[in-house]
Design a protein around this ligand. Structure first.
Ligand code: ADP
Length: 501
């Protein structure tokens, strides 16, 4: 850490202006428009007075949101690095954590001794989050202009009165109120403290945080496109050895094409892993083989975050294979010309099907029938599981499919105005008065019944294709789109009666 080390009570990490964070905008690749917006903010932050005399003020707060590993922390550090101002980094959970462990401790003692004094000390700690927030802002203000970065701000800034997932609700609420007070408290005439928040749960943030004068700049940091992935790979390949610049470019291009939905952190992992494999083989340069092996490993550990492929139990493997086969058959039945599927495997346990798709190409144009088909498609894991293992022997695979299908049905009914429900947009179910809620339920049940029956009819018709794909998945662990299409087209079909809409 910096000269102050970790700051007393607030536990935030402090990095002085002299050290800066060593990170610049060059370290972040892809999504150029994000950099342009943030560069603007850095300019204002650096030349505070000049801009203020023109009536231009730095935003008080910038909220970066998007999936983990997309470079939000990196961007926050780059802002500090570029502006050359002190940087205070904290995590939302820092503010609440201690109290929760303390509470558990006190609770245990309470049960053992039932003494009043323990209960008293338990009460004393309410408000710790608020005082930590206060501390952090006071330190940052004394070094202004400076930056406060709060990662996982949802841990402290989730909707008040919402479900209390992490415990310590009252505590968190006070911490949140303190953030709001601190942000409202800055006077525009004094030097700036810029607050940068990061979250992957924008949906659960308290709306008060997003109001003008608080986090008034909201920037989405999304998954990189193919060009973005190539640029990120280039950044992280800088300190790696390749046979030639030319070979490096061709190889990175190939990796970029085959890493749809990867985050920056995952791409960085691929290169690091390739470097390790190269060293292990005692080679001087990273080659195609090492890169492809590293890519494969990263795909396998995707989401589960596990090192290597830990053995998946045989029964689960069989269920995963059936799930993938069913989903693949539905993908052939309702082909998506904008986003064709490319391959699937049973090497990792993911809540959603592993079937991978190409990037969206061309202008997407979805009709009502596409929405309905997508509900049918989402039912596939449940329908096949019921068919193969019996209704009393379903597992979480079915539960996930059911919730996904219901979510899609609700979206169609509430948010598109395309159904008998009516032409009004409703944000969610809680917007509905009771009799509308009943109407929603009835209509959703109708869509779900149709989707299940239709899906079941498709899977019965193509049952032999499902079995063939399952066998290949169990044997080889993966299967490519061409092979799936081939099986689907050649499979003997069992005609089914039409499903009434
Ligand atoms: P987040 O805060 O969004 O979870 P991080 O900033 O912690 O993500 O990203 C982890 C690492 O992944 C970064 O330190 C960086 O090395 C790499 N990374 C992520 N996104 C990018 C990007 N767009 N360009 C370059 N590197 C990236």
């Amino acid at each position: 850490g910096g000269p102050l080390g970790s700051l007393g009570k607030s536990r935030a990490k402090f990095i002085s202006a002299e050290e800066t964070t060593g990170v610049t905008f060059d370290d972040f690749a892809g999504q150029e428009y994000i950099k342009r917006e943030l560069q603007e903010i850095v300019r204002i932050l650096k030349n505070d007075e000049e801009f203020q005399s023109k009536g231009i003020y730095c935003p008080k707060g910038v909220l970066l949101h998007g999936p983990p590993g997309t470079g939000k922390t990196l961007l926050a550090k780059a802002i500090a690095g570029e502006a050359g101002v002190p940087f205070f980094a904290a995590t939302g959970t820092d503010f609440v954590e201690v109290r929760i462990t303390f509470l558990m401790d006190a609770h245990r003692k309470l049960l053992e001794k039932k003494s009043d004094s323990d209960f008293f000390s338990m009460q004393m700690f309410v408000g710790v989050a608020a005082s930590r927030v206060k501390d952090l802002f006071a330190s940052a203000r004394s070094f202004a202009p400076s930056i406060i970065f709060i990662d996982e701000i949802d841990a402290i800034g989730s909707k008040r009165g919402g479900p209390d997932l992490g415990g310590g609700g009252a505590e968190r609420e006070q911490g949140l109120l303190q953030i709001l007070t601190e942000m409202d408290g800055f006077k525009v005439s004094t030097s700036q403290v810029l607050v940068i928040g990061a979250t992957n749960r924008l949906d659960i943030l308290d709306p008060a945080l997003l109001r003008k004068g608080r986090f008034d700049k909201i920037i989405r940091v999304g998954l990189p496109s193919k060009d973005g992935r190539l640029a990120i790979l280039q950044v992280h390949a800088k300190n790696k050895f390749f046979r030639s610049e030319e070979e490096k470019n061709t190889l990175l291009q190939e990796i970029a094409e085959n890493s749809v939905d990867f985050t920056g952190a995952e791409l960085q992992n691929v290169l690091n892993e390739a470097g390790i494999l190269t060293a292990r083989k005692d080679l001087d340069y990273i080659g195609r083989e090492e890169l492809l092996e590293a890519l494969k490993r990263q795909k396998g550990t995707f989401e589960t975050g596990q090192e290597d492929s830990t053995e998946i139990p045989e029964e689960l493997k069989l269920r995963l294979a059936y799930r993938e086969a069913a989903v693949a058959v539905l993908a052939c039945y309702y082909p998506n010309s904008y986003r064709p599927f490319t391959e699937t495997d049973i090497r990792s346990i993911r809540s959603r099907p592993n079937l991978r798709c190409a990037e969206i190409s061309g202008k997407v144009f979805s009709k009502k029938s596409d929405f309905v088909n997508s509900i049918v498609h989402a039912c596939a894991p449940r329908v096949i599981e019921e068919e193969m293992f019996g209704i009393d022997n379903l597992c979480w695979i079915s539960a996930k499919a059911t919730s996904e299908a219901s979510r899609r049905a609700e979206f169609l009914i509430l948010q598109t105005g395309m159904t008998a429900f009516g032409k009004t947009f409703y944000r969610n179910q809680s917007d509905l008065v009771p009799n509308l809620a009943a109407k929603l339920e009835a209509l959703r049940d109708e869509y779900m019944r149709f989707a299940e029956e239709k899906c079941s009819s498709v899977l019965n018709e193509y049952h032999s294709a499902v079995e063939t794909i399952t066998d290949i998945l169990l044997e080889k662990g993966e299967i490519k789109a061409e092979e799936i299409w081939d099986i689907y087209k050649k499979a003997p079909r069992i005609p089914q009666p039409p499903v009434p809409p």
